[in-house]
Structure formats: structure tokens, C-alpha cells
Design a protein around this ligand. Structure first.
Ligand code: 5GP
Length: 254
């Protein structure tokens, strides 16, 4: 098998050169990090589940007209995506108070927010991804005003749609982080959803019991981390056909 050129290795994923110009292969690892990489670990089967969950959610979003970088899933741990120029922002949407919002503003976790709130964080690991506002984003040229308008419009649609989708399977979408990229096609540029949408970057609570089914199980040492991710996939009806037995997936081939 031909060796593929590795372009980038992040905390949870690796990007390889794709089979055609303008494409990349996104490989999902089991590695997990938290608190700006101060905590590290492995969640067995996470890569397989996140690949599947992110594929499913991006396809549903594309069904309603949200543009994404996703092309198709290739195998248990890899998906083919379009190469985009990543906007260096983590866009966080919050529906219910939790995590850093609760800590920063002293609002009890679980308090429903009066309306959905969007926050921006500058993607810069050395600076520990600081929170920024629109003024910083446009003044420093990380995104133009028009790009940011598109980001906000897409983010609100994504939040509305995913909130309903998860509620339909008994899950409350508390908050999540997404990233966007610029896709250049035929002299045109479009802002598209990039990266992944998975329990690694969402807070997902059982809507009846409040039980956590996301990366907070790892961050806060709550145990049953793998089971949380599996339960999300099970409720979405997309647990891999072989079931939980086969979640380790194939070893990486290069
Ligand atoms: P918080 O700011 O409360 O820590 O996180 C808000 C939401 O964004 C959570 O759903 C969390 O999973 C997600 N999030 C924030 N920063 C990151 C990050 O650096 N990586 C990942 N995977 N998710 C993040």
C-alpha cells in the first residue's frame, strides 16, 4: 500500500494528503486530552465512534443545506474531507450553563440560559485558546466581518437543528464547540463547517436523568467514559454494525 503523506497531527486526529487535489483524509485517534493538554489519556474505541457520529451529524446537517467539509467516510477510523483554510477560532454555543461559563460567571451548572450564547476562542495552544470578541477577530484579520456573519448564521442553524435532533433521542445539547473553514471553489469562497462534531466537543446530557454522555466523563474522572460515547451512537442508531466488540478498529495503516 502506498504511504500517505501526513500533513498534521492534532490531539485527537491526524490529517493525511487525500487521493485527489483539494482533499484530505482525516484519521480519528483514541487519544484524549483535556484542560489544554494538561490531562492526557486514551478512550478505547473513541476514534471509531467519533468518526461515525461526526459523519452522521455532518450528513444530517448537509441534508438541511449546511455546507461542510465532509465528503464520505472511508473506513472505521477515516473520512475523506475537502481541504479548507481553517479560521483560527473555536466557536462555542451554549444553551445551558456548564463548564467554563459556570466557573467564570458563577452560574450553577444546569441553569437554562435565557437564549443561546455564542463565544469565540482564538485557536492558539501556546496562549491556551483565550476567549476573544468580534473586535479582536476582525481587527486582527482572523475573519472578515462578512465571514463572521456567515459563521454566526451557520452556527445558529446548526445549534437549532442539532438541539432538535438530540432531543428526539432523549439527549440535551448543553453546549458545543465547532470550527469553520474557507473552501475555495471556482474562484469563489464559501464558509463551511469543518473539524468534527462529536461527544469530544459537545456536552450531551440525558434529558431525563442529566447523566453526562460526553468528554466531561473523561475530564472529570466520572468513569464509564467509553460507555458514554457508545450510548450517544446507540441512541442515534449508528453503533457500528459489529457492535461494541469491534470498537478498537483496525490499526493505522500508512
Ligand atoms: P467550556 O468552555 O465550558 O470548557 O467548553 C464549552 C464547550 O466547548 C464544551 O462542549 C467543550 O466540549 C467544547 N470545547 C471547548 N474548548 C474545546 C477544546 O479545546 N477542544 C474540544 N474538543 N472541545 C472544546
Amino acid at each position: 500500500m502506498a504511504r500517505r503523506r501526513q500533513l498534521y497531527e492534532g490531539k485527537a486526529k491526524i490529517l493525511f494528503e487525500g487521493p485527489e487535489p483539494g482533499t484530505l483524509v482525516q484519521y480519528f485517534k483514541d487519544d484524549a486530552t483535556a484542560f489544554n493538554s494538561e490531562k492526557k489519556g486514551t478512550i478505547t474505541g473513541k476514534g471509531v465512534l467519533n468518526n461515525r457520529i461526526s459523519e452522521y451529524l455532518m450528513m444530517r446537517l448537509m441534508d438541511i443545506g449546511v455546507p461542510t467539509h465532509f465528503i464520505r467516510r472511508l473506513n472505521m477510523r477515516e473520512q475523506l474531507i475537502r481541504e479548507v483554510e481553517i479560521i483560527p477560532l473555536e466557536v462555542v454555543v451554549r444553551n445551558v450553563a456548564a463548564g467554563s461559563l459556570s466557573t467564570r460567571l458563577g452560574i450553577a451548572e444546569g441553569t437554562r440560559l435565557p437564549r443561546s450564547i455564542i463565544e469565540y476562542y482564538y485557536k492558539n495552544a501556546a496562549l491556551k485558546n483565550p476567549m476573544v470578541c468580534e473586535e479582536h477577530i476582525t481587527a486582527f484579520g482572523w475573519a472578515a466581518t462578512q465571514d463572521l456573519d456567515d459563521v454566526v448564521a451557520l452556527t445558529l442553524r446548526i445549534n437549532d437543528f442539532l438541539t432538535g435532533l438530540f432531543l428526539g433521542v432523549g439527549i440535551s445539547l448543553v453546549d458545543f464547540k465547532i470550527e469553520f473553514g474557507r473552501l475555495y471553489e471556482n474562484e469563489e469562497m464559501r464558509i463551511v463547517l469543518a473539524d468534527e462534531v462529536s461527544p469530544d466537543n459537545c456536552r450531551l446530557w440525558d434529558s431525563k436523568t442529566g447523566e453526562k454522555m460526553d468528554k466531561d466523563r473523561f475530564r472529570r474522572d466520572l468513569g464509564k467514559v467509553e460507555e458514554g460515547y457508545q450510548e450517544v451512537a446507540r441512541r442515534l442508531g449508528i453503533l457500528p454494525e459489529a457492535g461494541v466488540r469491534d470498537l478498537k478498529g483496525p490499526e493505522m495503516m500508512q
